[in-house]
Design a protein around this ligand. Structure first.
Ligand code: G3H
Ligand code: 13P
Ligand code: NA
Ligand code: ZN
Length: 328
């Protein structure tokens, strides 16, 4: 059944686990996530960006998710709008049947320019008033995502500040988080603690404190009833980078957020963990390998099935590692 983000994360908080939120825009991704959830008995957060709705088309995306719910009637599914850049985008998502929306007021409507705190409060407060009136949950964001190593916001994927960010912008302030939650009423809060979007997060193998772990615990203590969200949480598996390169792909040396760091984050209060890049990497790697190893093949289903299987295995690993398995 479709459920709200609040319902799923309240349970996660009670039991002390984290829930991966996977980005989707096509059928094979939805199937991979649902098969992995069914196999591990995990609750599911499917999230779609405005770009995903544009790619698939609003009706296709909506019906894909309805099909997932029909095919897996015993698995709770949240349909979440990822990085809503305006109140209007959130309203469109709600009309489309989403049970949760992210109002990302940390950036202006261009999704690039850091916004003022006052702007963020105003748009998030409005999104909460509209969403809560119809039982839809809201995720806000405070602070700008970016690497503490480089000060960069990460790859230009249309979501993230452009250019260098100061250390202050890169870390969410706990006192401000408390004020923000009181002023807006958000159910979940995306925090800036050193993660960034995309494949190119860290240039060296992460050692020690790459994330502001102590900061997560401080924010959690400041807003104990608001569920903390970690964006930019792909781990960028080195074995899949090797496969992509082996079969002709070009990808520079890069490192993601190790699963053990995410597990530490969950112990400090993180409940929702956003993953998009890892699914992209494994699906593309599996397709490259299939097409290279079977050059006479031309049934697209062979490539899509290989991609789906690789994504499914990744999702099983994340459900298990985050303590989500067995919770549905
Ligand atoms: O945070 C951004 C997600 O990775 C979505 O990316 O806008 O290309 O769908 P997208
Ligand atoms: P990754 O690019 O690390 O997968 O992060 C995705 C994300 O935060 C979507 O909102
Ligand atoms: Na989100
Ligand atoms: Zn994000």
């Amino acid at each position: 059944a479709l459920v709200s983000l609040r319902q799923v994360l309240d349970h996660a908080a009670e039991q002390g686990y984290g829930v991966p939120a996977f980005n989707v825009n096509n059928m094979e991704q939805v199937q991979a996530i649902m098969e992995a959830a069914q196999a591990t008995r995990s609750p599911v957060i499917l999230q779609a960006s405005a770009g995903a709705r544009k790619y698939a088309g609003e009706a296709y995306l909506r019906h894909l998710v309805l099909a997932a719910v029909e095919a897996h009637p015993d698995i709770p599914v949240v349909l979440h709008q990822d990085h809503g850049a305006s109140v209007a985008v959130c309203v469109q998502a709600i009309r489309s049947g989403f049970t949760s929306v992210m109002m990302d007021g940390s950036l202006r409507e261009d999704a690039k320019t850091p916004a003022s705190y006052e702007y963020n409060v105003e748009v998030t407060r409005r999104a909460c008033a509209l969403a809560h009136a119809v039982g839809v949950s809201v995720e806000g964001e405070l602070g700008c995502l970016g690497s503490l190593e480089s000060g960069e916001a990460g790859e230009e994927d249309g979501v993230g500040a452009a250019g260098k960010l100061s250390h202050e912008q890169l870390l969410t302030d706990p006192a401000q988080a408390r004020e923000f939650v009181a002023a807006t009423g958000v159910d979940a809060l995306a925090i800036a603690i050193g993660t960034s979007h995309g494949a190119y997060k860290f240039s060296r193998a992460p050692t020690g404190d790459i994330l502001a772990m102590a900061r997560i615990a401080e924010i959690h203590a400041a807003v104990p009833d608001t569920h903390l969200v970690m964006h930019g949480s792909s781990s960028v598996p080195q074995e899949w980078l090797a496969i992509i390169r082996q079969f002709g792909g070009e990808i520079r040396e890069t490192f993601g957020v190790p699963v053990e760091e995410i597990q530490r984050g969950i112990r400090s209060g993180v409940r929702k963990i956003n993953i998009d890049t890892d699914i992209r990497l494994v699906m593309f790697g599996a397709m490259r390998r299939l097409m290279s190893e079977q050059p006479a093949e031309f049934d697209p289903r062979k490539a899509f099935a290989a991609a789906r299987l690789a994504a499914r295995e990744l999702c099983v690993q994340r459900f298990e590692a985050f303590g989500c398995a067995g919770q549905a």
